[in-house]
Design a protein around this ligand. Sequence first.
Ligand code: PSU
Ligand code: MN
Length: 308
Amino acid sequence: MHAPLQLAPEVASALADGRPVVALESTIISHGLPRPRNHAAALEFEAILREQGVTPATIAVLDGVPHIGLDEVGVRRIAEDELAKASVRDLPILAARGESGATTVAATAHLAAMAGVRVFATGGLGGVHRGASGTFDESADISTLAVTPITVVSAGVKSVLDIAATLERLESYSVPVIGFGTTVFPSFWLRESAFALDWAVENEQQVADVMAAHDALGHRQGIVVANPVPADQAWEPAEHDRVLAAALALAEAEGVTGKAVTPFLLGTIVELSGGRSLEVNLDLARNNVRVAGRIATAWAARRAGAAG
Ligand code: PSU
Ligand code: MN
């Protein structure tokens, strides 16, 4: 068996000193974004955090060891190697066999929480797939957030999913969903979906307040912060609807199922949109990283205040 967790030195010292840390996932890099843009994106997400004085902790399993924070070689590996897509259930298998994997939102959240990282930025959460009443295809991102104390900043869930069912499942699992400057749940490439949110916050201090109250009440779930892509960067809705319908039809025609569904749809949508969806995906992810950095900073300041 390999060591349970390997913290990068800068992550270990930031956590020990109570300085802000933000977790970043590796599946979005290995399976969600095309090469070579994925490598540039991984470096850029880390750079955005560093500019805010926040330590990035990109998470992946390398040769059986879950890494919390990667060095330059590690970041290159998640972008260039053929890594397995690893969710929570895959972690013990990779660890026992000394194999590598790119961690999904679920696996990243699990490992980050184990390491004591409280804030995590991604693009979009996984959720309940369309047709799930027949296929039972619901991402482990949802069930993991039910039992994992971490605040995840995402642009909602992709419109390829059944958004209503995803929100219902988050409710069943008692996972709070908070709009960041919005009362409408965003749908990844678009600022809005058809679904209203019960709760909105205006700033990162208010998110830190909810995190503190969540802890004080003994809650062990995650918190979803839904952060819509800025209006001038969102995808044109008509074009979005056309490409989405075509991609869903193609997935159905090709009989794509299981863990291949999300990467297939994302790749097809990039192709059918002539790359437009990719630009929006990158913009919304950058934006989520920035907001997560602000939340982690507010959280660290709050804890320092409470301790001092
Ligand atoms: N959303 C994106 N890009 C991604 C993913 C989600 O915009 O690459 C990835 C995340 O890693 C998420 C995973 O955890 O897809 C969900 O996959 P599944 O539906 O198979 O659980
Ligand atoms: Mn699935």
